[in-house]
Design a protein around this ligand. Sequence first.
Ligand SMILES: Cc1cc2nc3c(=O)[nH]c(=O)nc-3n(C[C@H](O)[C@H](O)[C@H](O)COP(=O)(O)O)c2cc1C
Length: 208
Amino acid sequence: MASTQVARSFLQAIQHRRTIYGLSKKQILPEEELVKYIRAFVKEAPSSFNVQSGRVVVLLGAEHDQYWGQIVPDALRSAAGEQAVEASKGKLAGFQAGLGTVVFFEDEKLIQGQQEAYPQYASAFPIWSQHSSGMAQIYVWSGLESLGYGANLQHYGGLTGETLKSKYNLPASYKIQSEMVFGYPEQPAREKEYIPDHERVIAYGHSA
Ligand SMILES: Cc1cc2nc3c(=O)[nH]c(=O)nc-3n(C[C@H](O)[C@H](O)[C@H](O)COP(=O)(O)O)c2cc1C
């Protein structure tokens, strides 16, 4: 499997992953197939001690629309008043215009289990859980974009996590991490500036 061609394809896929806000509901894959891909992306994400604590809920159709058209505005209204809803209206409508939302959770029951099993790392497990969720998120984000979708990452979960858990009967131990909105990419990504590579990666000790 290892080859420079595979590495080039991988690089292309991650270079293609960008934040895309201009999304529509145009279908690319049958939804069953799309969900199968998302399952496969999440399955391959690494986790500390292979705890596999990441959980994902995919909202499609009316469920996606209700999230951005009702659940988020209602939560924003309760937390910050009508003004906050008004100020976010355009942005939320943009998310609703997409095809679906991948909601990422971590099952904290499993993290507590790790803390009990390995007390010497107790304080690190919650951090590693977040790292692992980030890894699942980047797999799904890059994977969706390699399938032709556009996606962006949102964080309304602090306001909506409990509502989602009760609506979809999810375990109390699930902790929401983020929401990834995806759809047909109607607009390109915005220009992105990069700092010099040498500021980010330094190599020492070249072999002869
Ligand atoms: C951990 C993390 C949190 C982010 N949170 C948000 C967010 O809440 N809303 C949003 O619109 N973009 C969010 N983004 C997207 C970043 O703004 C975006 O990735 C960054 O500007 C680089 O652009 P690119 O994704 O096109 O490469 C987040 C990205 C990361 C990695």
